[in-house]
Structures are given as C-alpha cells and as structure tokens.
Design a protein. Structure first.
Ligand SMILES: Cc1cc2nc3c(=O)[nH]c(=O)nc-3n(C[C@H](O)[C@H](O)[C@H](O)COP(=O)(O)OP(=O)(O)OC[C@H]3O[C@@H](n4cnc5c(N)ncnc54)[C@H](O)[C@@H]3O)c2cc1C
Ligand code: SF4
Ligand code: F3S
Ligand code: FES
Lengths: 271, 137, 596, 122
C-alpha cells in the first residue's frame, strides 16, 4: 500500500519560480555594528504569493538571498510581540502585514523607531524591560486569600474594566509611534502605562498607590501630549494612549486632593 | 534581567530631527497643535477689547471700528476656520483622554464620543447665539 | 569565559520554566536562580496557546473523570500514578494563577467559567477568552518579577549542559547580543525548553520550538521517551499551519466536508446531533479527528485549495457577537490572515503538527536519570499524555509539573556541594569551541534552509498522520543523510552581534537529533496507538508487545538505540478507546463490569 | 531604571490647558463668528449689538465681566501650554526662555484682564 500522492503544490526545498508569479522589491535598513558605521539600505527582489506576510518575505531573504540578515520573530500569529518593525515608516507587526498590499511599488523595512538599533532589524529593548520591571506588574492583594479559599470573585463587568489593558503583547509598536518617547526616552510611555493601569484597575489589586508615584513623576504621564498615534498602531486594540491620558486625570486629582485628603486615607497599601 | 555585556555591540541611535515631517499623522498633529496660535490671537483681540472698554467710550469705539475693517473680517474668517479645526481635532482625540464609558454594558465607541463632543459644540453655540441675541435685541 | 554562580539554572522561560523558577524561589529565597531563555520570556511559545487549561471545578465532575479521560485519551500509555497526582493538582494551580492575576473568563456570579474541550467528558477547561496561553504566560512572567532571587538571562542561548561526577553542574550559554559565552554553574538544572514541532513542515509552532533541551539532555545520555507520538491538530490554517483552537469546536463549531456533511459521524464519533456532545463528533480527540480528515481526503471528499486539501470549520451559526466575545483572536486570525469573516463564511482548515507527547524521560518528581537534571513542560515526558494528549492538559501540566520541578530542584541543590569551577570551565570551553567552529569554518557548502526544509518534508512524509514501514524507513535514512550533510553546513554570517544565522545552525543540529529519535522510535513501534497509526499490517493496538514506553538513546553518528520501559498502571486497565455513542456504551459496560 | 520620581508640577498647567482647550472647542467658533463676523457685518445680530452702552451693561454685571476674563485667560493658558510643547516637539529646547514666554504671557494677560474687568465692573 502506498500513501496518497502529496498535494499537488508540494513545495520543493526551494520554491520553483514558476509557482511564484510576482516579485517585489524590499528595501531593508541594514546595520552591522562590526562593519557599518551607520545604517544603510539594501534592496532585495523577493518572489511572493498573495498570502505572504512581510515576515515571510524577510524569511525568504534570510533563507535564500542573505543569511546574515537578522530580525526577531517567533509565533507568526501576532501574539508573541517579537516582530515589530517599521514598514514604510509605520510601526507594524511584520507577521500580520502582507506583501501584496505593497505591490508593485515595493516597501521599505526598518528597525522599530525610537529604539537604538542593535543590528539590522533588531533593536535594544532594555529600556522597555526595565520599565516593565519597575511598575510592580503583579497583583498586590487588597485582601490576601489562601489557595484553599478558591478564586477571588470577579464579575465579567469587573474583568472588562481592565481586560483590554491586559491584552498588551509588549510589541512596543506604540513606543515607535510615540514622538514624546522618541524625544525623551525617560518618559514611561504608552505600553507600560497600559500594563500599570491594568493592575491598578484590577478588582483584586490594592497596590495602585505604590504604582502612582511613577505616574505622578517627571518621567510620568505628563510627558504625553496626546498625540494618539500609539493607540492607532497598537495591533491588539489596547488603546495605550487611553491608559496614559486617564492617568493624567487621576494624577491631577491626586495632585490637588492630596492636600484635602491626606495620603493613605483611602488605600491601605503600604509603601 | 542580567545587564548586557558590551562586547562588539555598538547600538545605533537614530536622530529625531524632522520627525514630524515623516508621517502624515504627525504632520496633522503639528498642524492641529498650531491651532493654538489662533486661539491665542483671538484671546488677544478680546483682551484688547476688554482693555479698550475699561478706557471709555472713545477707546471702545476705536476698537469696534477696527473690527469692521475688511482686513479684520478676513482675519476673523481665518480665525473661525482655525477654531472649527481646533474643535474638531479636540473632540477627535477626546476618546483617548476619557475613561472608558459603558452604556448598557457596551463600551461607547470612539466615534460616538467624538460625535458627542461635536454635538456639545453645536448646542453650546446655539445657546450662546440665543443669549447674545436676547441680550442685544 | 564569564562564570555565573547559581544554585539552580532553569533553561526556558515559557510557562513551565517560569512556574519552576517561582516555585524554587518560594521554596527558599536564599537560592540563586538563573532563568535562561533564548527569547524574552513573553515571547515563549506558551503565548500562542488559545483554548484553555484543565482543572476540575464543577460539582458533577470528579478527579476520576479527569483521570479516565486523560488515560483513555492517551490510549493507556500513561503513567497512571503521575496522572493521579496531576489531576489532583490542576485546580489548585489554576486558582494560584487566578490569585496571581490571570484574567480568567468569568460567570456572571464572579466565579471562573469553564468550557468544553475535545476528549473531555465534562467541561473543565479554564479559559481567558481564546488567549489563555498568552494570559498565563504574561501572568507568570510578571509575577516572576516579584522574586529578587530570580536572575533572568533574557536572549541567552543555551548550547550545552556541563556534567561532572555523574551529575549535571551547569549550562553553557551564548549571549545573543554579543556572541559571548558564559558558564552558568548550578547545582541543579531544570530544562523547560518546550516542544519540537518545528521538525515538521506544516505546524502550529513558533520558530523557536526546535527541541533544543530535548537534544541537549539526549546527547548527555538521557533517553527521550515516546518520541513517536506527535500530535496533529485537526483545525489549522492551510499553508502556515496557524491554529484555530479546539475551543472553536468546544463553543459549537462544526466540521464539514465538501458536501457540507458532518463527516465525523462516519468514523465512529457519531451520532451527529445539533450541538456537539462531549467526547463525540467535533469534540472527539485530536488524533481521531485528524485521522478522519485523512480518510476524507482519500475519498476525495475534501475541498482543494491553494495550500492543499481542506475541510470547513463552520462557526457561522454562533453569530458575530458570541464569536467576538468567546473567540476574538480566532475571529481576527480568520479575517486578517485568510480574509474570511467566520460569522459569514466557514473557515478552511487542515491538520498540522501541534504537539510532541514524548520528551526527556523524567519520573513523577520531574527528575531525569542524570543526577541534578530536571525537566518540565512540553520538552519532558513525565508520563501524563501517553500516546495522545488531550487539549488543555498541557497548560495545566506546565503549572503542576513546573512547580514540582522547581521544588525538587531546590531540594537537590541544597543537598549537594558546588562543583570544581576549573574543570567545569574546561568543559565549557570545549562546548564553546564546538559551537564557534560552525562560524569559523569557511568551507561549508550546505545551506541551513535547505537542510531544514528537507528535514521537515521527510518528517511529514514518513511520520505523518498515517505511517508505513517503507516511508518511515525512508525518513530514517533521510535524517541519517541530513545529519551527515549537516557536518558541512555553511554559516554565512561571521559576526558576533546578533548572529541569528549561527544560532539557526545550532538549532538545526538539535532538530536533526530529535527528528532522528522520533523516526526511529516510530519505525520500531509495530502497532497503532493514539497518534501513531500504521497502515502496513499493524493497524491494531498491541498491548502484549507494545504497552510500553519507547526510549531512544543517543548514539552519536549512528542510529539511536531504542529500548522499552514499563507503563505504570494503577486503576485503569487498558480498554477500548471509543468515542461518541460507542464510547458511551463502552463506558456503561465498563461500569457494569466493575459492579459485578 | 533610574526613574526620576520627583513629583511633576505639570497638573496645574495641564488643567489650565485642558480647560482652555475644552472651552475654545465649545465656544470658540461661535464667539469668533459673533464678535468678528456677524456683528461687524450685521448678520443675524443687530449691528449695534456691541455698542458701548450694550457692552457697558454687559461688563457691569459680574457674570459678563467674569465670562470675558475666563475666556481670555484660559484661551491663553491653553495656547501657551500647547505652543511650549510644540517648541519641544520640533527640537527647540529654549528651556527657561520658552517657558517664560509661553507661560508668562498668559499669566500677565490673566492679571491685566482681571484688572480691566474689575474696572468695567465698577
Ligand atoms: C498554537 C498552540 C496552541 C496551544 N493551545 C493549547 C491549549 O489551549 N491548551 C493546552 O493545554 N495546551 C495548548 N498548547 C500546548 C502548550 O501551549 C505547550 O505545550 C506549552 O505552552 C509548552 O510550554 P513550555 O513552557 O514547555 O515551553 P515554551 O513555552 O515553548 O517555552 C520554551 C522556552 O524555552 C526557551 N528555550 C528553548 N530553547 C532554548 C535554548 N537553546 N536556550 C535557551 N532557552 C531556550 C524558549 O526561549 C522558551 O522560553 C498549544 C500549543 C500551540 C503551539
Ligand atoms: S500597547 Fe499595543 S502597541 Fe503598545 S506594546 Fe502593547 S500591544 Fe504593542
Ligand atoms: S503617542 Fe505618545 S504622546 Fe501620548 S497619546 Fe500616545 S503616549
Ligand atoms: S512573530 Fe509573533 S508577533 Fe509577529
């Protein structure tokens, strides 16, 4: 007995050119710190099919045209947050941006804006990670609960309040979109504010006051001028600009009310 | 996280110069930020008027006369356009600045919030016009 | 070479690695934990899990039911004592995640909600919309930040273990950003590097799922157990292999062939009722559903698309509002990647490789036969999945056994003295030399991508949904050949900073070893069980000769040695694996039999 | 991260900016239309609507005087704050000078307008 002949379009190790009708020019901003003094553009002609993502285009380059091209990717399904890049100047997840949308003119791919370029399309993201670590991104229980007592009760409505802000995949497109972050990288920035807000809004959490110190500070939310592009490019509809701007109001309230209501009167969280 | 070693790394920091020219979204942002000049200009016109008013009838009439000049009218048409643009962009960004609003368990959409703002302006304008009309006729 | 002194090294920061690190940190805050991952933790592939995680909560459910579903689903190739422990721990772990902030979906009264899943008799799958893995991973990662004793090595690539005095004493890592090597000394090492689905062509796995940890342990003499069992998930995107979660069917999705007919009823999963019943039709186990697809394709009843044959996953009757609430990510995937609105049009799907049931042999304490070495998560074979994993048991496994591994590794670390740095450094230097050799040589001729594609194709050809002796033999030969050709691999990139070409080559080496273990384990199992189905005279399950775990032992250039280990049976004797009406009847009979 | 946790004083200016922005969005267009277009051209409203007598009466009431004062000062606070940030946006870090101008003008105007309004009140 034999297994059925495989599908008609079985791919050989290298796709046959006849199978691919079109070719698209992809310009890539290259930077190899050991050989380039500054980034340079390099153009590749990439054969493609209509369902190919920009990421697949880059993979084609790496596999067949130039193995030295470096970029981050993993899930290919817009959830791991690795593959953020500037596509024609717009911060995008390359795995869910499609080549056919740029045909025939071609496209230009650069590393995410506002971050230092480590190499080619890879940026240094230490700043983002340090910020993430600094905001206590975990539940600081309002009322501690033993495992044996089961779950905290949380109604769907209470969950809805923070759910959107918890969907952030840490892709940093919003940072590449925010000129205020580009001008001053000390600014806490949209994505991290979304995360901070997510915890502050969680009905199980009582740590808001500890997190607000950063919000109120000189590196905090008032660096934002409501450009709003962060929310525009966010691939997960997190609306990080909203998190930043809601907290301006929160912070301003606290700024004036702290004289009326002394600290700690409405929240038990200790410093 | 473990701090990174330096090794052969040479992270390249790109300049920000001219950033706002590179994306239509930013160009629009700069333009709507620019509406502030017109808001300021109008406030100064009013301030002068207020000063003139406090200086007596002759001073006031001088100011009033100036308002009738074609140049002033043209200028105010420009101011009107800028004010309208300011109002529109202000409400356009408002969804980002307000906490999520839930109506009957569903989150109010951005366009609904913007529309609400525009409606508020229309309403406020009508009221203002009516008040002025009542006061002066 | 830089040396970092840790007590415990955890390789992998996916769900299992993070849970292990937290457990170790909570066991003793004085222990220094190095958490190593080749990608930032939140990029780990746990992030892609959609459907949910198992844990008994409903009053009419019981641990026994979960046990029986798991053992039956695994075609009785499970370590039953381990499964008993597992099902007893799942719920507490899910509650733990809840306390740490995981946004589980809720019922109106505020309690967590559960959904139906394939092969599960009663709804017990906890979910956070259809982003369960994403939320679990981010919750674990963010919670891990709380523990100062966890020192993360993000984007450090592990190339080897160092073993001395018969116990593992650390790992050698490359910092991706610099290409520099570090020896991380540790008294115990936990491997949590995830699965190996990328050795196949069409798969649901991320690019990083390359079996690294399996291969590292294997090369140090630790057997890989049950590697022939590779799960095909029945509903994946043609071409890319991206997953449409089983929750689609749990929520009521239907599978239709080209005539719009619910073909599963022809394969012992019926009868077809309006709403899928648990353990029947669309809610049958994955192996059965993938096999049914194969037969439909044989009969010419599938639909031909640009990326091969497909059937339809029909969600239309659920309506847009419900789909957006319960399956928002699926909705977007269909819209963005396929241009299909699932509320209006059925989604074309086909099976793709999804999960590696087998892995590093460990006991119920997650301890491998090599002293000091532990493993947890998809890279391990702790014995709960048998010949076929049930959906939602894997995420639960990450937590339950991640925790066990963390605690056990902490205990072990406290019981031994640190090793001799000088001799460990010598080993590390050897590992460095070997890895650097790949870049230094300039006479390589084989393209990485070519080797990788040939490997993936031959694995699909020989170790697919149905298997034949001849084609498996061809695959074994092909992998042997590729291993030889790999010696001549060409790494184009010669630089140090972020040299992904180099890391890809190292990964390819790992993948070839794992693929070889899979192929040889498969050809040696002369029966059909769970995900291993043969059509060459071994169509039946053979409990007399093969109610055994296969164990593949590394043999360098040669073919792996395969031997077999006992299966632990406590309370469930092997029975017929039946689903649908037949399954219910079989269960009745079993119940009656046990009453007399 | 070496976050600078010094408390920012921005809320004061931000609130003034926001209030002025909202007020100018709601009333700005109609005000411009009334004072700069309709009345001078005699559209809708009578051309002598802003006669000295009318305006005196208007400014004599604290509501009228206060209204003009609020409009003038908040509009300027709004504009000053925005312009200050725009300067930063285009890379002009004039620091203290820019700050003095952008916030100094509104401050002076607020005082001047208050004085003028008070004079008219009495
Ligand atoms: C699309 C998809 C959907 C799924 N849905 C479900 C579901 O609904 N329910 C369910 O129960 N299961 C599901 N699964 C299965 C489950 O998600 C996985 O089995 C599980 O997440 C694996 O977790 P892990 O911690 O073992 O490995 P991973 O999350 O894959 O993590 C591996 C880690 O090891 C690191 N690593 C690997 N190699 C190296 C190296 N050489 N050096 C350093 N670090 C290394 C990686 O960086 C990563 O941090 C799904 C799987 C997929 C692919
Ligand atoms: S908020 Fe959106 S754009 Fe920003 S990091 Fe998160 S997912 Fe990405
Ligand atoms: S783009 Fe930047 S300026 Fe504010 S609204 Fe978004 S953070
Ligand atoms: S590859 Fe994971 S988000 Fe694009």
């Amino acid at each position: 007995m034999v297994l059925p002949a495989r599908r008609q379009n079985r791919k050989e190790s290298r796709p046959a050119m006849s199978e691919i009708e079109k070719t698209i020019p992809i310009e890539v901003l290259r930077y190899r710190p050991e050989q380039d003094t500054e980034p340079v553009l390099q153009t590749f002609q990439v054969p493609f099919t209509d369902d190919m993502s920009v990421l697949q285009g880059l993979q084609y380059i790496k596999d067949y045209l130039d193995g030295s091209l470096s970029f981050r990717w993993s899930c290919r399904m817009a959830i791991c947050g690795s593959c953020g890049m500037m596509v024609n100047g717009i911060p995008s997840l390359s795995c869910k941006t499609f080549l056919s949308d740029y045909y025939p003119a071609g496209l230009r791919i650069e590393a995410l804006a506002h971050f230092p370029i480590e190499r080619d399309l890879v940026i240094v993201m230490d700043d983002f990670i340090e910020k993430l670590e600094s905001i206590k991104p975990y539940i600081i229980p309002k009322t501690p609960r033993a495992l044996s007592e089961g779950e905290y009760l949380q109604t769907p409505a209470e969950r809805d309040v923070y759910e959107q802000f918890s969907s952030c995949i840490n892709c940093m497109l919003c940072y590449a979109a925010c000129p205020q972050y580009g001008l001053n990288s000390k600014f806490v920035g949209p994505g991290i504010m979304a995360l901070l807000h997510r915890y502050n809004m969680d009905s199980r959490d009582g740590g808001a006051e500890q997190r607000m110190e950063l919000v109120h500070s000189e590196d905090g939310v008032f660096n934002c001028t409501a450009v709003g592009y962060c929310s525009e490019v966010c691939p997960k509809h997190v609306d990080p600009g909203n998190a930043v701007n809601i907290n301006k109001t929160e912070s301003a309230k606290d700024y004036f009310l702290r004289f009326v209501m002394p600290k700690g009167s409405n929240s038990g969280a200790a410093k | 996280m473990k701090p990174r070693a330096i090794g052969k790394r040479r992270p390249y920091v790109r300049p920000m110069a001219g950033w706002w020219r590179k994306n239509p979204y930013f160009v629009e942002y700069m333009i709507h930020e620019g509406s502030a000049f017109f808001v300021a200009a109008y406030a100064l016109v009013l301030l002068v008027g207020l000063l003139r008013l406090s200086q007596g009838e002759a001073a006031w009439n001088g100011w009033l006369f100036a308002l009738h000049s074609p140049l002033s009218i043209a200028g105010h048409l420009l101011l009107l356009a800028a004010m309208l643009y300011h109002a529109w962009t202000w409400f356009n960004i408002m969804p980002i600045t307000l906490p999520p609003i839930f109506v009957a368990g569903k989150r109010l959409s951005a366009s609904a919030i913007t529309a609400g703002g525009v409606a508020a302006t229309v309403l406020a304008s009508v009221i203002l016009l009516l008040v002025v009309w009542r006061l002066t006729s | 070479m830089e040396v970092f002194e840790a007590d415990i090294a955890v390789v992998g920061a996916g769900g299992a690695g993070l849970r292990a690190a937290i457990a170790a940190a909570e066991t003793d805050p004085a222990l220094k934990i190095a958490l190593i991952s080749k990608v930032y933790p939140m990029r780990s592939h746990t992030v892609a899990a959609e459907g949910g995680s198992a844990g008994v909560v409903q009053a009419h459910d019981s641990l026994d039911h979960h046990f029986n579903d798991t053992v039956g689903g695994g075609d009785w190739l499970c370590e039953q004592d381990v499964v008993e422990y597992f099902v007893a721990q799942c719920t507490e772990e899910m509650v733990q995640l809840e306390h740490w902030g995981c946004p589980w979906s809720r019922k109106p009264d505020g309690h967590i909600n559960v959904r139906a899943f394939g092969g599960m008799k009663i709804e017990r799958t906890w979910f956070a919309a259809d982003k369960t893995g994403f939320h679990m991973l981010h919750t674990l990662f963010q919670t891990s930040i709380k523990y100062p004793s966890i020192q993360r090595f993000d984007e450090f690539f592990c190339v080897d273990l160092v073993v001395e005095d018969g116990r593992v004493q650390g790992v050698v890592v490359i910092e991706t950003a610099t290409g520099q090597f570090t020896l991380i000394k540790a008294k115990s090492v936990i491997i949590a590097t995830g699965g190996a689905g990328r050795v196949f062509r069409e798969n649901t796995n991320g690019g990083i799922v390359t079996g690294d940890g399996m291969a590292m342990a294997y090369r140090h003499g630790v057997p890989l157990r049950d590697m022939e069992f590779v799960q095909y998930h029945p509903t994946c995107m043609p071409g890319t292999g991206l997953l449409f979660t089983e929750a689609c069917r749990g929520e009521g999705g239907l599978l239709l062939n080209k005539d719009g007919y619910r073909y599963l009823q022809d394969y012992g999963l019926g009868p077809a009722e309006d709403k899928p019943r648990n353990k029947a039709m669309e809610l049958g186990p994955r192996d059965r559903l993938s096999q049914a697809f194969w037969y439909e394709q044989q009969k010419g009843r599938t639909i031909e698309g640009p990326h091969g044959s497909v059937v339809h996953l029909d969600l239309r009757h659920l309506g847009e509002a419900y789909l957006r609430e319960r399956l928002p990510q699926i909705y977007e995937l269909a819209e963005e990647f396929l241009g299909v609105d699932p509320a209006k049009t059925p989604i074309p799907v086909r099976p793709a490789v999804h999960y590696t049931m087998g892995g590093i042999l460990v006991d119920g304490n997650c301890a491998a036969p090599l002293a000091g070495l532990y493993a947890a998560g998809e890279c391990s074979s702790v014995g709960i999945h048998g010949a076929n994993r049930l959906g939602s048991n894997s995420l639960a496994e990450l937590c339950v056994f991640g925790k066990v591994a963390g605690i056990e590794a902490a205990k072990y670390a406290k019981s031994v003295a640190p090793g001799n740095t000088a001799s460990l450094l010598k080993q590390a230097a050897d590992a460095q030399k070997q890895a650097e050799q790949l870049v230094i040589r300039s006479d390589g001729t084989e393209r990485i991508a070519t080797l990788r594609k040939e490997m993936a194709q031959t694995m699909e050809d020989g170790c697919g949904i149905y298997r034949l002796g001849d084609s498996m033999q061809a695959t074994c030969n092909k992998i042997d050949e590729l291993k030889q050709r790999f010696k001549n691999v060409n790494v184009e990139d010669k630089s140090s900073v972020w040299n992904t070409d180099w890391l890809l080559a190292i990964e390819l080496g790992y993948q070839l070893d794992v693929a070889q273990a899979m192929a040889y384990s498969a050809i040696n199992r002369k029966e059909s069980r769970g995900a291993h189905q043969r059509l060459d005279g071994f169509e039946a399950r053979d409990d007399i000769n093969f109610l055994k775990h296969s164990q593949a032992h590394y043999a360098g250039d040669g073919m792996p040695r395969i031997d077999y280990g006992e299966v632990k049976i406590t309370k469930s004797q092997p029975g017929t694996r039946a689903y649908g009406a037949a399954g219910e009847k079989a269960e009745q009979e079993r119940k009656q039999a046990s009453h007399v | 991260m070496s976050a600078n946790l010094k408390r920012s004083n921005a809320p004061i200016f931000w609130l003034l900016f926001g209030a002025g922005g909202m007020l100018s969005a709601l009333l700005g267009p109609m005000l411009v239309f009334i004072t700069g277009i309709a009345i001078p051209l005699g559209l809708i409203l009578s051309p002598d609507a802003m006669s000295y007598a009318h305006m005196q009466a208007f400014a004599h009431h604290w509501l009228g005087a206060g209204f003009v004062w609020v409009i003038v000062s908040l509009f300027l606070w709004h504009a000053g704050h925005r312009i200050f940030h725009s300067l930063h946006d285009i890379g002009i870090h004039a620091g203290t000078t820019a700050k003095l101008i952008c916030y100094g003008i509104p401050l002076v105007a607020t005082i001047v307008a208050a004085r003028a309004a008070l004079v008219s009140l009495t």
